[in-house]
Design a protein around this ligand. Structure first.
Ligand SMILES: [Zn+2]
Length: 303
């Protein structure tokens, strides 16, 4: 598998090592190890094998999406809630210190124990318009003087809430970057393509991360089959980041659902990749490895 990717010209692999279950696909951890990593350390192996083939590794961490973990089961108060009091897509509450510490601990143990080139944030955000947990409601009442339920969209209180949410996400990204520099590692992040709307919806102000250098690379997930929409967003990404960090535009070739409507033939993937290259991006991130056929990889090599 790694031979194929190296042959196709990939120089960075982003293997998922911690998802919503909180279990790790690496051994040097204080957290539960996945049953799939019982007899071997997948991160150590993929990192060594990638290096032998001239590729770097940034292990992927699903930062604030950890609602199926032992941590979340033991502490339901740390799980994010929507306005109806329901959980959403296994998101935790990024506003709480304990959640920030839990999420950070994965970055720290990987940086301390693995000779990887960098580390990758995904789900480093809230889910849409979260969080309405008891903690968030209490803090909001104290800070804004009214109950969250009384807040009107567009009001001064709303702006305050938006700012608080962005602050919690920014704080985390900043902290990981500070730590990564101690061990000479880089950071990258998969971010919402819908900038600047994503600042409001999921509190992800990634253009600020770029300008402040809180990450070393950004991978906007521009997974849209609609060409006009894709181009509009891609152009905005380039203009907003303005070369402050390298941008690897994220493309997908197989997301044939109603939302994304992407199902590309290898030739179409080639065209899209060429197009992204000529637009001026520093790289392309392909989502996701199992969607790429041998024919797709041949096309990628030509790019
Ligand atoms: Zn909360």
């Amino acid at each position: 598998m790694l031979d194929k990717w190296a042959e196709a010209g990939f120089n960075l692999l982003i293997p998922a090592v911690r998802g919503a279950t909180g279990e790790t696909l690496y051994h040097a951890t204080e957290h539960p190890v996945s049953k799939y990593a019982k007899d071997w350390d997948p991160l150590a192996v993929i990192n060594e094998e990638a290096k032998l083939r001239g590729m770097q590794v940034h292990p992927w961490i699903s930062v604030f999406r950890g609602g199926r973990s032992a941590f979340a089961n033991a502490h339901p108060e740390f799980v994010g809630k929507n306005q109806q009091g329901e959980t959403e897509d296994h998101f935790l509450c990024a506003a709480q210190d304990e959640v920030q510490e839990w999420a950070f601990s994965f970055f720290k143990e990987i940086m301390d124990n693995y000779d990887v080139a960098g580390i990758h944030h995904d789900y480093v955000r809230y889910n849409d318009y979260l969080c309405w947990c008891d903690h968030c409601k209490k803090v909001f009442k104290r800070e804004a003087g009214i109950k969250m339920d009384e807040m009107e969209k567009g009001s001064a209180e709303w702006t305050k809430w938006m700012t608080m949410r962005v602050h919690h996400i920014n704080k985390f990204v900043w902290r990981v970057q500070k730590e990564s520099k101690k061990s000479g590692k880089e950071t990258s992040a998969a971010v919402f393509a819908s900038y600047p709307h994503c600042i409001e919806s999921v509190a992800q102000d990634w253009v600020t991360w770029a300008h402040e250098k809180w990450v070393d690379y950004l991978l906007p997930m521009n997974y849209w089959g609609d060409k006009e929409k894709f181009n509009k967003l891609a152009k905005r990404h380039l203009e907003s980041v303005n070369k402050s960090v390298p941008l690897f535009e994220g493309v997908a070739n197989k997301l044939p659902d109603e939302v994304f409507n992407i199902d590309l033939f290898p030739e179409q993937l080639f065209e899209l990749s060429q197009h992204v290259k000529t637009m001026g991006f520093q790289g392309i991130c392909y989502f996701v490895s199992e969607s790429l056929s041998d024919e797709d990889l041949k096309m990628i090599k030509k790019v």
